[in-house]
Design a protein around this ligand. Structure first.
Ligand code: HXC
Length: 257
């Protein structure tokens, strides 16, 4: 498949989606959104892919939804077309999504990063939800995912003032998984994705599903779900291989089944 606004490459078991509208600081227009969703779904369906890295440029992961595209839209337009609705499909992807954020991740850019499972920030990363400064509010899950990630006090601060925070504050607040040096950032982020992609695929799907369940249910139901899913891993060849390899003091050779 060829795309207009993104680049998609495969590096061994890692799929890489690079947002590629440099002149607009990777502003997320409708066409780009549909391309990201389609590419992620295609990679997700491929058993040879164990992690999907989502990244932008050095200057901008994404500076938000495309304000120029939104400017002329009416309420009827955005309601009837379910503006931003397709982004929800990314949350259904079972392959781990790793966001590699360098530079601006504002508005929809911050929301896209939060839709990913592991959020890697360069020292240069800047996060914010500046929608309020445009007379709107977050629309790709920001008010919900940011609040779950960093708590009410910090989320209210960011959503109501529109201020931008740097990598250090984002790390301290629990928004990001790790901060990595600006130099060699993309390679280091790919290495993290490669580590994830190097694990057993069924175990990885199960682990991601179990962690996500924590946001959807009570503690006792979540623990029950985890226990059943843990038991289910014993049905995989990879479980046998993983434990046998440990006992035999060798590296496991996953069959991803
Ligand atoms: C459309 C954008 C854009 C955006 C930048 N550009 N952000 N176009 N939508 N979100 C365009 C600029 O218009 C400009 O185009 C080019 O990219 C370069 O941007 P500059 O502003 O010249 O760069 P710089 O001075 O370095 O400033 C970078 C910046 C600033 C601080 C990130 O661009 C900025 O504040 N952008 C908007 C950030 C924002 O408010 N995001 C939230 C969007 S709302 P030209 O053609 O002039 O060269 C959102 C909504 C979600 O995400 C849901 C609710 C609706």
């Amino acid at each position: 498949t060829t795309y207009e606004h993104i680049l998609v490459t495969r590096e061994d078991r890692v799929g890489v989606i690079t947002l590629n509208r440099p002149k607009a600081l990777n502003a997320l227009n409708n066409a780009l959104m549909l391309e990201v969703v389609a590419a992620a779904q295609e990679l997700d369906a491929d058993r040879g892919i164990g992690a999907i890295l989502v990244t932008g440029s050095e200057k901008a992961f994404a500076a938000g939804a495309d304000i120029k595209e939104m400017q002329a839209q009416s309420y009827q337009d955005v309601y009837l077309s379910d503006w931003f609705g397709p982004w929800d499909s990314l949350a259904q992807v079972r392959t781990p999504l790793v966001a590699a954020v360098s530079g601006y991740a504002l508005g929809g850019g911050c929301e896209l990063a939060m839709l990913c499972d592991v959020l890697l920030a360069s020292e240069t990363a800047k996060f914010g939800q500046p929608e309020i400064t445009l007379g709107v509010i977050p629309g790709i899950g920001g008010s919900q995912r940011l609040t779950r990630a960093i708590g009410k006090a910090k989320a209210m601060d960011l959503v109501l003032t529109g201020r931008t925070i740097g990598a250090e504050e984002a790390d301290r607040s629990g928004l990001v998984s790790r901060v990595l040096p600006a130099e060699g950032f993309l390679e280091a982020a790919k290495a993290v994705a490669t580590t994830i992609a190097g694990m057993s695929l069924p175990a990885t799907y199960a682990a991601k599903e179990a962690v996500n369940r924590a946001f959807e249910t009570t503690l006792s139901e979540g623990v029950r779900f985890e226990r059943r899913t843990f038991h289910a891993t014993f049905a995989t060849d990879d479980r046998t291989e993983g434990m046998t390899a440990f006992v035999e003091k060798r590296a496991p050779e996953w069959r991803h089944g």
